[in-house]
Design a protein around this ligand. Structure first.
Ligand SMILES: [Zn+2]
Length: 403
């Protein structure tokens, strides 16, 4: 069982005048606002310092980097939504921790017991780069619970568009396995909640630069959840991530044809992503006709991310936001849950988030200029690859063969 839906709070930390509060509330309660679910307890997940994302100190470097999945990146996402030009469109809601029984809707009892035990024993390295430290488990429970609260808010009819601003991320977490900085699959737990609440079909569109393998794995045999992942063609990365994200990982049994992978060439860029949406994502979601869309976002697809090479700019994120909003309006009575995943450039990720939500709000002109400008791209090769994926899906996906 979930806790009851959190009440509306004007802001988390920053005092606002009554006038601003009323304006914020009226913007969010009108059709063009976003309900953001957040809890600062998620900052308490400490991931350490090291060489890139190892968390390991080789002993011969004076200056180590923070682990990419650090709290600074999220602090900036919170602050840009509070102080950036989009702030009047945002209503803040306090997240809450998930209760253990609810986690079993997606994860196995053995896996949850492993995490609880690791927390009690003071921490554990669960797989490469993925550290459960003191404070991590509480943060993971908050991330899962906050995402489910955001979904419940939509299911209960309190709002149409909600954004779960959460960490640690979740889309690599499989039913029985932690992976890629993820412990609990926040988005998948929200999808399970929607299905358990009577929602017939859910579409998940994952634009994090990495394959949403955990989400795919959890719904691999289901025709009730269409999982679409656009990602860098990084392949498998070891025992915690056996899936390779290729086009032929297409689902099994009843779920055959309901996991659509779109592995994109490095440097695909804004135009390539728009092409992939127009030719693959949008037609699939239209055909599937879900009752809610879950947009899984990672700003690690940006041009400047340490963990990704896909070269999206703010403009690309803005367009993706617009396209997904249009799909939600067309097919789901506007119901759209957005869930935060990766995004490791400490400042640009926040800007890309701002641009994505501007797109979701369908604002007529950009509110924020891109501070890091443009990365040269050539989408011609991406277009070739997307056409090849389209041909493959047309041959293999049963629902393309029916009228
Ligand atoms: Zn990622």
């Amino acid at each position: 069982m979930m806790r009851s839906a959190p009440t509306l709070v004007s802001t988390i930390n920053t005092p606002v005048s009554p006038t601003t509060y009323l304006f914020q509330r009226s913007m969010a309660e009108s059709k063009n606002g976003i309900d953001v679910f957040w809890h600062e307890g998620m900052l308490k997940h400490e991931t350490g310092n090291g060489v890139f994302d190892t968390g390991m100190d080789p002993g011969f470097l004076d200056v180590l980097e923070k682990h990419p999945e650090n709290s600074d990146r999220i602090r900036n996402m919170v602050s840009i939504l509070k102080r950036g030009p989009i702030s009047p469109f945002i209503s803040w809601h306090l997240g809450s921790p998930a209760l253990l029984p609810r986690l079993l809707s997606f994860h196995s009892p053995e896996y949850i017991n492993e995490l609880v035990k690791a927390d009690k024993e003071g921490g554990k390295i669960l797989c490469s780069g993925t550290f459960l430290n003191p404070g991590s488990w509480d943060a993971a429970l908050l991330a899962a619970g906050t995402t489910m609260s955001a979904m419940k808010h939509i299911l209960d009819g309190h709002g149409k568009i909600a954004y779960a601003l959460v960490r640690p991320p979740g889309h690599h977490a499989q039913p029985t396995q932690a992976d890629g900085y993820c412990f609990l699959n926040n988005a998948s737990l929200a999808v399970r909640l929607a299905l358990d609440s009577g929602c017939r079909k859910v579409a998940v569109i994952d634009i994090d630069v990495h394959y949403g393998n955990g989400t795919a794995e959890g719904f691999y045999q289901s025709n009730k959840v269409l999982t679409i992942s656009l990602h860098m063609n990084h392949g498998s990365w070891g025992p915690s991530h056996l899936q390779n994200g290729s086009v032929d990982e297409i689902g099994e049994r009843e779920g055959y044809g309901y996991n659509l992978n779109i592995p994109l060439p490095n440097g695909t860029g804004d135009k390539g992503y728009v092409y992939a949406f127009n030719h693959l994502v949008i037609p699939s979601v239209q055909k599937f006709d879900p009752c809610i869309i879950v947009l899984v976002i990672g700003q690690d697809s940006s041009a400047f991310d340490p963990n990704g090479r896909q070269c999206l700019t703010m403009e690309g994120y803005r367009k993706i936001g617009q396209m997904v909003r249009a799909l939600a309006t067309e097919h789901c009575d506007g119901r759209l849950l957005i869930v935060q995943e990766g995004g490791y450039h400490v400042t640009y990720s926040a800007y890309c988030l701002h641009a994505t939500l501007e797109g979701v709000l369908n604002l007529p002109s950009p509110l924020l200029e891109d501070p890091l400008a443009y990365y040269p791209e050539d989408e011609a090769f991406s277009v070739e690859v997307i056409e090849a994926i389209k041909k493959y899906q047309n041959d293999k996906v049963p629902f393309w063969k029916t009228a």
